[in-house]
Design a protein around this ligand. Structure first.
Ligand code: T6T
Length: 327
């Protein structure tokens, strides 16, 4: 009798020791691919958020080669090379075009990869709509770009006394983020009867082109009082044009994206307002939701909006604000 008890006890002990090991072996280690939009400080900051969250959750991370310039012609070949190699369960990507990325991403999704778009989206970004060719990503995680553009218009209007001509330097109408910023800015300025948006230029994310286009706008309309630069390269190019034209102080400038260069220019008084997105948080949330979906099948919200912050000369040295400068 005693012998039988000790045999049962021994079997139980073995099961208790071995079961968790089997459990762990059964739990597959996940691998995610991160595909940024372009080589710039916004996406390198996002990568830091992605890396930290992957490390915390024990997810393998592959960071795709950064496209050298903005656009599907640069991004899609890189993406397809990684897709061909395979070996990832989830994809975090900033699509550089609302249309051109639909088919390449659908092909990856059809191979069983779950996708979250970060910063930019496909189509109109509403992934809950049935019967579309772009509703397969789990979620869009990024800024409310329309709201940001509108708020910038309102801030800029205050800075110029709600009257005068303003100009907008943008990148590419095919990028959901920047297109929405321009739309919000246009609608925001339209609220002020004594203000006029005299031009919107698209530099295709080339800083030198942004500088030339802004200079041309300043020569055409000599009474421009405000400028909005809608992302890193368009803003930095537009700001340089104002410096070169000797118009610092005479023109109020709002710049999107808190790069070190933009923050330094704010401190020097070249620009007046900087909108800081939260790229690190976008990346971190992207990893977290992919992980939760793949491990627990939780329902992922179709849109997650981390929000943004405004830097002005009054808060630029505030210790609490330093975390929002891109790294
Ligand atoms: O402004 C960001 C990003 O939000 C946009 O989609 C593309 O440009 C940046 O990466 C800045 O260069």
């Amino acid at each position: 009798m005693k012998k039988r008890y000790s045999a049962v006890f021994a079997i139980l002990l073995i099961l208790l020791t071995v079961a968790p090991v089997f459990g762990q072996a059964a739990k597959k280690q996940l691998t995610f691919l991160f595909m940024p939009g372009v080589q710039d400080p916004f996406y390198t900051t996002m990568e830091k958020g992605v890396r930290a969250k992957c490390k915390e959750l024990g997810v393998n991370l592959i960071v795709a080669e950064y496209p050298k310039a903005w656009g599907p012609e640069y991004q899609v070949p890189i993406l397809q090379a990684y897709a061909q190699r395979g070996g990832f369960d989830g994809l975090l990507i900033a699509p550089t075009s609302v249309d051109a990325l639909k088919a390449p991403l659908k092909a990856i999704y059809d191979k069983g990869v779950e996708i979250i778009t970060v910063d930019t989206f496909l189509g109109d970004g509403d992934y809950s709509k049935p019967n579309t060719d772009y509703n397969f990503p789990l979620s869009y995680i990024g800024s409310d770009n329309y709201l940001g553009g509108k708020m910038i218009a309102e801030h800029l209007a205050k800075l110029v006394g709600e009257k005068g001509k303003v100009f907008c330097e943008a990148t590419n109408p095919d990028a959901s983020s920047v297109a929405a910023r321009v739309k919000g800015f246009r609608d925001g300025i339209a609220q002020f009867p004594n203000m006029k948006l005299v031009g919107v230029e698209w530099c295709l994310d080339v800083q030198q082109k942004a500088q030339e286009q802004t200079l041309a706008a300043l020569q055409k309309d000599k009474d421009i009082v405000g400028i909005f630069g809608t992302n890193v390269f368009s803003a930095q190019g537009a700001n340089q044009a104002v410096v070169n034209a000797g118009l610092v102080g005479a023109i109020k400038i709002a710049s999107w994206d808190a790069t070190i260069t933009n923050i330094e220019n704010l401190k020097k008084g070249v620009i007046d307002l900087v909108l800081a997105q939260k790229p690190g948080e976008m990346g971190s949330l992207g990893v977290e939701w992919l992980y939760k979906y793949l491990t627990q099948k939780v329902q992922v919200p179709k849109k997650v909006i981390p929000g943004f912050e405004f830097f002005t000369k009054d808060n630029v040295n505030d210790p609490n604000m330093q975390q929002y400068i891109y790294q």
